[in-house]
Write a protein of this length. Structure first.
Length: 231
């Protein structure tokens, strides 16, 4: 984007195979999430990191906090975007380039040595309480699932949703199944006339094959679907 913001995703071979996660991601992204961004930045590159199993339905930028350095989606949202007790999900975050965010990333990255064997998301859950973050002056915000939802805690109102993550979901086939349902639901919603969009309070048909109960199974390894290990 013009303000030097890049959108990054990553995928493994299984996710890149034809007709799988990346195709659904691109379909959601191309279809609706028209991005317009006009923020000013005097530093390096800002970025949105998004897992590829996140459907982008609306431009998320209007929902981001203008003054935060680091903002991250949540599996469960406490209702308070400043509350570090929130359960962040490393699959979606927006980071503005600043001295503070650069120092924060250095700290996060080096903390992997303090917590060996843990994933980046788990390490974040340890270090989010660290006084160093306050000393850095880093402004961290947790994004409301009303806008940035997922299987763990779906966005209730389709009039508000920006993204939906196939989190709380293990196994590529289960994930693909529910991602396709999400896209279908979204298309159904878009086809409604405006008055019905507002009045019908349509909800998602997911989870179906994904499971809400899988939220705490952070350590069940699946070779073909490595990215879900901590998501
Ligand atoms: C939100 O959380 C912050 C940080 O824990 C706290 O200072 C603030 O009072 C909370 N706000 C509300 C409305 O509870
Ligand atoms: C999804 O769940 C249904 C019902 O349990 C099952 O019949 C179907 O095979 C599952 N689909 C996938 C892709 O796993």
């Amino acid at each position: 984007m013009e303000d030097k913001t890049v959108i990054i995703t990553t995928l493994n071979e299984a996710w890149a195979a034809p007709n799988t996660v990346i195709d659904l991601f691109l379909e959601s992204f191309r279809r609706d999430a028209l991005i317009s961004c006009a923020l000013f930045s005097s530093w390096g590159y800002n970025f949105v990191f998004t897992d590829a199993d996140i459907m982008w339905f609306r431009d998320p930028f209007p929902r981001f906090f203008l003054d935060a350095d680091f903002q991250i989606a949540c599996d469960q949202f406490s209702g308070n975007s400043s509350d570090v007790q929130n359960r962040p999900n490393g699959g979606f975050n927006y980071v503005k380039s600043s001295k503070r965010s650069i120092e924060f990333y250095k700290f996060w990255y080096s903390s992997r040595e303090t917590y060996p064997g843990y994933h980046d998301q788990d390490v974040l859950n340890f270090i989010k309480f660290d006084p160093l973050i306050e000393r850095l002056g880093l402004k961290m915000r947790f994004l409301d699932t009303a806008f940035f939802g997922g299987i763990c805690e779906p966005s209730k109102d389709l009039n508000l949703v920006c993204t939906m993550h196939a989190n709380c979901c293990f196994g590529l086939d289960n994930k693909l199944h529910d991602l396709r349902i999400m896209l279908e639901d979204w298309k159904t919603f878009l086809s409604l006339p405006p008055t019905l969009k507002r009045s019908l309070s349509m909800s998602w048909r997911v989870p179906q094959n994904c499971s809400l109960n899988s939220v705490h199974q952070y350590d069940s390894p699946e070779k073909s679907d490595q990215q879900t290990l901590h998501r």
